[in-house]
Design a protein around this ligand. Structure first.
Ligand code: NAD
Length: 481
C-alpha cells in the first residue's frame, strides 16, 4: 500500500503546496518507502496561520460559539477518527516502528478518549463567572481562548501527541496549525480527513507536515498566539528562546531519563509484574519520553532485579512492527539506530556490565533493529544513566536505602516520569512523592487524561491533559462593572 498525498489541509480545503518538495517516509522495519506527502515550507505555514487567524478572528465564529456546540463537533471528530482507527494504527506503526498491538491502543484508541474527555470539559468548565468586587460593583472574570495555536509534534506518538494539543485547544475555542514531523507525516492526513468528514469548521484545524524550517517559521509567525511543542530538549530550548523574546506562551514537553525504583518488598514475579514493567521501561522500543530507563534496585536484591530485567528484555519478540506478536520494533531511522549503538558502545567503555543484547538481532537483514539491551553495575554518573538514549537500552543501578534511591532518582537533568515497584502501594506513593518529576506511577505507568502530564527541569514547561491542559489554552479577562 503506497500512500500518496499531494495537497495540504488548510482553511478546510485541500490546497496545492507552495513547492514541489515532498517528504517520503520510510518503513523502518523494511527500509521501503511508504509513500509521499508535500513538505510544507514557510509559504505553506504562512497560509495555514492566516487561515487559522481568519477563523479565530471571525466575529461570532468558532471562538465565540457556545462550548456545547464545539463539544458536539469534537465528538463527531472522535467518531470519524474511530472509523479510521485501523488505518491510523497501521500507518503509524509502519512509519515509526511502534508495534501494531500498542499502536492500536495508544495511537488509535487513546486520542479519541482524549478528544471526548475535552468535549466533556468544554461542557462543564465555567468560562465566565461574576465576583462581588471588594471596591464596590462586580467583576466578570472570563476565560477566553488564547488564539491561534502552533502545535509541533515528534514522530514517536504522532497521533496522541497531536491530540494532547488539538483537543484542549478546540475545547477552549482556539484554532490550530499542526506541524507533524517528516518521519511520521502520512498519518496526519487521516486526521485531516476525519476533521473534514466531521464538519470541523474551516480553519479550526490546519495541518502542514514539514521539517525544522517550517517548525521555526510556525513558532515565530506573528499570527501565532501560543506554541505547544513536544520533542527534544534541544529544540525545546531554542523554541523557548524565541517565545521568550516574543512574550509568547509556550507549553514544552521534552525529553526524559526517568527512574524505576524497585523497593525491597517488591514482588519480582514476571507473571505478576512483567507486562507492566516492560510497558513502563521499553514501550515503543524505548522511543518514549517517560520510560523508567534507570532501574534502581536495593543492594540486598540487586542480582535478583538485574536477572529479572535481563530475562524480560531477552524474552521480548523483536520484529516487523506490523506483526501481531512483535513487542520490540525497529528504531525510527538508521541515524537513530546509530545513536543508540553509540550509547551502547559508550556504556561498555564506561565499564557497565552488559547482561543481554548490545547488538543487532540475528535473522533480521532489513530494518533498523537493536536488541533489547540491559546494562548492570551502572553508576549514575555514566553517560548511559544521564542522557536520553531513546532506544531499548536499560540500566540497572544499586542503591543503599530509600533515601539513596530517591537521591539517585533526582540526580538527573530531567524530571518527566518514573515508577515505584512495591507490594505496599501506600509506601510506594510515599516514595513517589519525594521524586521530583511531573508524573510517576506506582506498580505501573499510564498517563491518565484526567491528570496533568508534564515535566520538571529539562523535561519541559507547563502541562498537557487534565483541566490544567485546558487552562493553558485560556487567557483570563477581567471586566470591572
Ligand atoms: P525533535 O525535537 O527533533 O523534533 C520534534 C518536532 O519539532 C518535529 O516536528 C521537528 O520537525 C520539530 N522541530 C525540531 N526543531 C525545531 C525547531 N528548532 N523549531 C521548531 N520546530 C522544530 O524531536 P524528535 O527527535 O522528533 O522526538 C524525540 C524527542 O521528543 C525525545 O527527546 C523525546 O523525549 C521527546 N518527547 C517528549 C515527550 C513529552 O511529552 N515530554 C513525548 C514524546 C517525545
Amino acid at each position: 500500500m503506497e500512500l500518496r498525498y499531494e495537497h495540504l489541509y488548510i482553511g478546510g480545503e485541500w490546497v496545492r503546496p507552495s513547492s514541489g518538495r515532498v517528504i517520503a517516509p520510510v518503513n523502518p522495519s523494511t527500509e521501503e518507502v511508504l509513500g509521499s506527502a508535500p513538505e510544507g515550507l514557510e509559504a505553506d505555514i504562512d497560509a495555514a496561520v492566516e487561515a487559522a487567524r481568519r477563523t479565530f478572528d471571525q466575529p461570532g465564529g468558532w471562538a465565540a460559539w457556545e462550548p456545547e456546540r464545539r463539544a458536539e463537533v469534537m465528538e463527531r471528530f472522535a467518531e470519524q477518527l474511530e472509523a479510521r482507527a485501523g488505518r491510523i494504527a497501521e500507518t503509524v506503526s509502519s512509519q515509526n516502528g511502534l508495534p501494531i498491538s500498542i499502536a492500536r491502543q495508544l495511537e488509535a484508541g487513546y486520542p479519541t478518549a482524549v478528544l471526548r474527555y475535552y468535549a466533556g470539559l468544554a461542557r462543564t468548565t465555567a468560562f465566565s463567572e461574576t465576583r462581588a468586587g471588594l471596591l464596590g460593583g462586580s467583576v466578570e472574570v472570563r476565560r477566553t481562548p488564547v488564539g491561534v495555536v502552533a502545535a509541533i509534534v515528534p514522530w514517536n506518538y504522532p497521533q496522541v501527541l497531536s491530540m494532547f494539543k488539538i483537543a484542549p485547544a478546540m475545547a477552549a475555542g482556539c484554532t490550530v496549525v499542526l506541524k507533524p514531523s517528516p518521519e511520521a507525516s502520512l498519518d496526519s492526513f487521516l486526521v485531516a480527513e476525519a476533521a473534514e468528514a466531521a464538519g470541523v469548521p474551516a480553519g479550526v484545524l490546519n495541518i502542514v507536515p514539514g521539517g525544522r524550517e517550517a517548525g521555526g517559521r510556525l513558532v515565530s509567525h506573528p499570527g501565532v498566539d501560543k506554541v505547544a511543542f513536544t520533542g527534544s530538549t534541544a529544540a525545546g530550548r531554542s523554541i523557548a528562546e524565541t517565545c521568550g523574546r516574543l512574550l509568547r506562551p509556550a507549553t514544552l514537553e521534552l525529553g526524559g531519563k526517568s527512574a524505576g525504583i524497585v523497593l525491597d518488598d517488591a514482588v519480582l514475579d514476571p507473571a505478576q509484574i512483567g507486562q507492566d514493567l516492560v510497558a513502563a521501561t521499553l514501550t515503543n522500543n524505548g522511543q518514549t519520553c517517560f520510560l523508567s530507563t534507570r532501574i534502581l534496585a536495593p543492594r540486598s536484591r540487586y542480582a535478583e532485579v538485574a536477572d529479572l530485567i535481563t530475562e524480560l528484555a531477552r524474552s521480548l519478540p523483536v520484529g516487523d512492527a506490523l506483526a501481531q506478536d512483535t513487542l520490540i520494533g525497529p528504531m525510527v531511522t538508521a541515524q537513530q539506530r546509530e545513536r543508540v549503538e553509540g550509547y551502547i558502545a559508550k556504556g561498555r567503555a564506561e565499564g557497565a556490565r552488559l547482561t543481554t543484547g548490545g547488538g543487532r538481532p540475528a535473522g533480521l537483514d532489513k530494518g533498523w533493529f537493536v536488541e533489547p539491551t540491559v546494562f548492570a553495575d551502572v553508576d549514575n554518573n555514566f553517560t548511559i544513566a544521564q542522557e536520553e538514549i531513546f532506544g531499548p537500552v536499560l540500566c540497572v543501578l544499586p542503591y543503599d536505602d530509600v533515601d539513596d534511591a530517591v537521591r539517585i532518582a533526582n540526580d538527573s537533568d530531567y524530571g518527566l516520569g518514573g515508577t515505584v515497584w512495591t507490594s505496599d502501594p501506600e509506601r510506594g506513593a510515599a516514595v513517589a512523592r519525594r521524586v521530583q518529576t511531573g508524573t510517576i506511577g506506582v506498580n505501573r505507568y499510564l498517563p491518565d487524561p484526567v491528570a496533568p502530564f508534564g515535566g520538571a527541569k529539562a523535561s519541559g514547561l507547563g502541562s498537557e491533559l487534565g483541566p490544567e491542559g485546558l487552562a493553558s489554552y485560556l487567557r483570563p479577562q477581567s471586566i470591572y462593572r
